[in-house]
Every structure is written in structure tokens, then in C-alpha cells.
Design a protein around this ligand. Structure first.
Ligand code: SAM
Length: 291
């Protein structure tokens, strides 16, 4: 699907994480203060203009729920959920973070700015075109690739992850965010199976998946609009799952479900105490797996 062009949705999600830090109420749900540095100039100018609005306009903006507010909630909550789970997993001996379909993920860059003791090894797996473009972008922006970061290019639709996978002797923690809906069921199954087979017992994986809402659901028009928008960017959506359907698929691939987290629970956990209008749409689910 992406062929030779880098993913545009990767820039869109980085834009969204950066916008959240600058325009939503403090504290951010997910503090990605590095994403802004990776954006094209016109997107940075847009965020700066929003952040510079006078207080009444900012208040009004924050009290308005629109498609961007809702998608922003989904994107920052899934990132927070994954990194919260990673932090807990590290206490149990996980010492490698595998970021599948990383796009412009900034964990490794943020870690390099705030060194932990000891830093965790990070492996970014992504479509070759997106990964090449990200590395070029980092070089152009004068951002050094952190020494703990390894890049593994893989097209999940065309190549077996098993061919490039680097085995570890300790459990891994993986995140696979913003991606399952762009892949075929076969590619998702193959990737989950390889990860279960090639990672150590105790490894964990967090992914998000979307459920196709009934046409009468309030979130249905948002999902349709998003599908059209991403298809126009050559990244059509291909897979949606019912909660029990993806659980069965993950279990058959060798995983145990730790949590299958619906939007209502995500909103309760991360957004209930906020004064802005961030709210995860009902079609967005998070799945936390372990084996
Ligand atoms: C919406 S971005 C998500 C990026 C990041 N995980 C996030 O949450 O911001 C989708 C990512 O999926 C990757 N992707 C899409 N199709 C892929 C494929 N067939 N093989 C490997 N990666 C793919 C894209 O390169 C892109 O980085």
C-alpha cells in the first residue's frame, strides 16, 4: 500500500501529539514535547497560531468538541496507555521496547533527552519507505539517532517479520499503535504469531484496533470521514474487529489477553478529570497482550 512513499498518517499522528502539548489543557495526557521538532514548517506554524490565540478564543476552542478533538484524544490516550504499560513492564525485567510501525514515534528521542538509568534498548520497526524518510528527516533536523535505537525495516504485507527479527534473551515490550486498521487480517495474524514465537515468555504487546460502529452510532460519521481522508493519502483502512474477534485471533497466535480496553474505560481512566473536550471515540479499542 505504501510502496515507495513514506506514510503521511505518521506525520498526522505526530502533528496531533505535538498539537496536544501546545493547545489542550495542562497537564497533557501524553507529553510528547519532541514531536513538534519533526513536523514540517506549515504544521509548526499552525500549532503556534493556535497556541497564540487570546484566552477567550482558547477557552472557546477547548470547549468545542470536533473531529480533531476526538481523534486527538484517541491518539494521545493510546500512546499514554502503551507507555504506562511499558513503565510497569520494566519493573518486571523487560529491557527492550519494540515499536512496531513506529512512524514518527519519539520514545527513543525523549529517552535520550532524559536519560534513565539504565536506558532501555529500543527497536523501531516500520515500512522501509517510512523508516528511510524518518532517518533522513532526523539527519536534516540535526537530531542524532540515539545509540540505544535500532531500526528494522519491514513491510508487514510483503515480508515475514521473522526474517529480520533480532532475538532477545529477556522479555520484550511491544507497541503497535495506529496501524492494525491499515493492514490485512493475514498480515496482522502473521505478525502476532511471529512475535509470540520469537519473544521470550513474559513479553507484552499493546495495540489499538478499531471496531466498525453501526451506522446509527454517533462516531460512525467520524470513522467514515477518517477512512476517506486516509484513503486519499494512499493509506486505505482494511481491517476492523469486534472485541471477541481480535481476542480469538490474538489467542490463536499464542497470546493471552491482559486487557481489552473499550473507549468508555479509556475516557474514565485518562480523561474524566479534564476540563477540555477530549473524548476517545467509541470505535477505538486498546488491547494489552502477554505470553
Ligand atoms: C498512523 S501511522 C502510526 C505511527 C505511530 N505508531 C503512531 O501511533 O503515531 C501508521 C504507521 O504504520 C506503518 N505501516 C503501514 N503499513 C505498513 C506495512 N505494510 N508495513 C510496515 N509498516 C506499515 C506506516 O509506515 C506508519 O508508520
Amino acid at each position: 500500500m505504501l510502496d515507495a512513499v513514506p506514510s503521511r498518517t505518521a506525520t498526522a499522528t505526530a502533528f496531533t501529539r505535538a498539537a496536544h502539548v501546545h493547545i489542550d489543557d495542562a497537564p497533557p495526557v501524553f507529553d510528547d514535547h519532541v514531536a513538534y521538532d519533526l513536523l514540517p514548517g506549515y504544521q509548526r506554524r499552525f500549532i503556534k497560531r493556535l497556541a497564540a490565540l487570546s484566552p477567550p478564543w482558547v477557552r472557546r476552542y477547548r470547549q468545542t468538541r470536533n473531529a480533531f478533538t476526538t481523534m486527538r484524544a484517541q491518539i494521545v490516550v493510546r500512546a499514554r496507555y502503551a507507555e504506562d504499560a511499558l513503565a510497569k513492564a520494566r519493573e518486571t525485567g523487560v529491557d527492550r521496547f519494540v515499536v512496531l510501525a513506529a512512524g514518527l514515534d519519539t520514545f527513543a528521542l525523549r529517552q535520550a533527552l532524559r536519560p534513565t538509568d539504565p536506558p532501555i534498548e529500543v527497536v523501531e520497526i516500520d515500512h522501509p519507505a517510512t523508516q528511510r524518510w524518518k532517518r533522513k528527516l532526523l539527519a536534516e533536523r540535526g537530531i542524532a539517532e540515539p545509540s540505544e535505537l535500532t531500526f528494522l525495516p519491514v513491510d508487514f504485507e510483503e515480508e515475514a517479520l521473522a526474517h529480520v527479527w533480532i532475538d532477545s534473551t529477556t522479555p520484550d515490550f511491544g507497541s503497535w499503535l495506529g496501524t492494525t486498521y491499515y493492514l490485512t487480517r493475514e498480515a496482522i495474524t502473521a505478525t502476532l504469531t511471529t512475535l509470540a514465537e520469537r519473544t521470550q515468555p513474559g513479553s507484552q504487546l499493546v495495540l489499538d484496533y478499531w471496531r466498525e460502529p453501526p451506522p446509527t452510532d454517533l462516531s460512525a460519521p467520524l470513522l467514515w470521514g477518517t477512512r476517506v481522508a486516509v484513503a486519499l493519502q494512499q493509506e486505505p483502512m482494511r481491517s476492523f474487529f469486534e472485541p471477541q474477534d481480535i481476542e480469538a485471533l490474538a489467542e490463536a497466535a499464542g497470546w493471552r489477553v491482559r486487557e481489552n480496553c473499550a473507549a468508555t474505560e479509556q475516557n474514565r481512566r485518562y480523561l474524566a478529570a479534564r476540563n477540555d473536550q477530549l473524548s476517545v471515540p467509541s470505535f477505538a479499542h486498546l488491547l494489552h497482550l502477554e505470553h
